[in-house]
Design a protein around this ligand. Structure first.
Ligand code: V47
Ligand code: SF4
Length: 373
């Protein structure tokens, strides 16, 4: 139903946008063509009002966060994605590969009682097959039975299946039996094979990424989805990416959140001289919120864009801040992220959200409420 205070924004729009915004305020799904018009023509302030309308319909004024740590077993990777500042080849000076015991020990020094999630993602190590990751999950589940394990991108899963000569379903089932609870959304980049040839030539293709997530959903493994933007992609390619996610979500309902990841330019071979502006980051959050009407949550990954911009994004469709992280990830600091040692206490997280006049909610990894603030 159209809300009165939302209709005033229509007066400021061109004819193209007016019709699309009328649809949005009536709770109707927008088309691919309409999404492209929003990207090309809609102003930041109008997008903010519309995205906030959709966000409040879905999530009221709540902003979700969890208490998590990231675990990065290795930065050795068979792939050569040109936007990546993190991967190294074996024996390169600053490569690392932690054994299961070393990972378990590193967690015990970083894990407090209140941590509810381990987020495990790393490079695709050429010698590590499915059995290594099954052993890792089994060991962690035994030591921390209450902690939710969100682990491995579709790119890692694809390699485990190929290296161990099994199907995606068999690999995912083995991981699930060893303790995998959900999967993160990395590796999606942009679903366009021509573009992938330029930015991530050897990596999992779009069809396989989507197939692995669909297979996970069918096994009751929820996942998230990402989009790496702000490099050499076009708006058409962004819209196509969003459409393919929306189509899978119509079938499975298994994507819990969508996380747009802004390309960071430091220390990677792509070597672009600029990054997209704050305005573009906010417009992209807003368009994603409006178009992905079947994905409940839009996440701002604050270590990547910084706390200030993440806070502002809460008025542009974002309702999720990921977690407190405890300075446990290097992926973005190596690419020049705003926060070089990302960590936020619960108090800082709550204050940031309240200052934006939203309601902080600590959640578990599948969006059950742990506490309101
Ligand atoms: O797939 C790599 C991206 C992703 C750069 O699921 C870069 O909740 C920007 O997917 N600039 C991995 N981005 C991280 C990821 C993620 C992060 C937080 C939460 C969740 C979740 C998932 O990071 C990669 C790639 O798209 N990435 N290099 C870079 N220079
Ligand atoms: Fe490897 Fe991931 Fe970096 Fe690509 S983005 S090179 S798959 S670690």
């Amino acid at each position: 139903m159209m809300e009165e205070n939302s209709t005033t924004v229509l007066a400021y729009l061109n004819e193209n946008c007016k019709q699309i915004f009328t649809k949005i305020f009536s709770g109707k799904r927008i088309s691919v063509e309409e999404c492209l018009i929003l990207y090309n023509e809609a102003s930041l302030s109008a997008l903010g009002v519309a995205a906030n309308f959709v966000r409040e319909q879905k999530n009221k004024r709540f902003v979700y966060f969890n208490k998590n740590i990231h675990i990065e077993p290795t930065n050795i990777c068979i792939h050569n994605c040109v936007f990546c500042s993190y991967a190294r080849k074996k024996n390169e000076e600053d490569s690392w590969e932690l054994s299961v015991d070393e990972i378990a020990n590193s967690i015990s020094s970083n894990c407090t009682d209140s941590i509810t999630e381990f987020h495990i993602v790393g490079g695709v190590h050429p010698e590590r097959k499915l059995d290594f990751y099954v052993e890792l999950l089994t060991t962690l589940k035994l030591a921390y039975p209450e902690v939710h394990i969100k682990a491995f991108t579709a790119v890692e899963i694809e390699f485990m299946a190929i290296a161990s000569r099994c199907s995606f379903e068999e690999a995912l089932t083995a991981l699930q039996n060893a303790g995998l609870n959900s999967m993160p959304g990395g590796g999606a980049e942009i679903f366009d094979e021509e573009l992938r040839k330029k930015i991530c030539p050897s990596k999992t293709n779009s069809d396989n990424w989507l197939k692995i997530h669909e297979t996970a959903h069918n096994l009751n493994i929820p996942t998230t989805a990402t989009m790496l933007y702000g490099h050499i992609e076009s708006y058409e390619q962004r819209v196509n990416h969003l459409m393919r996610l929306r189509n899978v979500q119509d079938k499975t309902g298994g994507f819990q959140a969508f996380i747009p990841l802004k390309y960071k330019k430091e220390n990677n071979p792509l070597g672009l001289s600029t990054e997209v502006s704050w305005v573009e980051v906010l417009r992209n959050f807003a368009v994603s919120r409006i178009f992905l009407d079947n994905i409940n949550h839009i996440k701002a990954y604050w270590p990547m864009i910084g706390k200030d911009l993440a806070q502002i994004s809460l008025d542009f469709g974002v309702d999720d801040f990921d977690g407190t992280i405890n300075d446990s990830t290097k992926i973005y600091s190596m690419a020049g992220a705003e926060d070089t040692n990302p960590s936020m206490t619960q108090e800082q997280m709550v204050a940031l959200i309240k200052e934006a006049r939203k309601v902080p909610v600590e959640r578990d990894s599948v969006y059950n409420t742990i506490s309101f603030f």
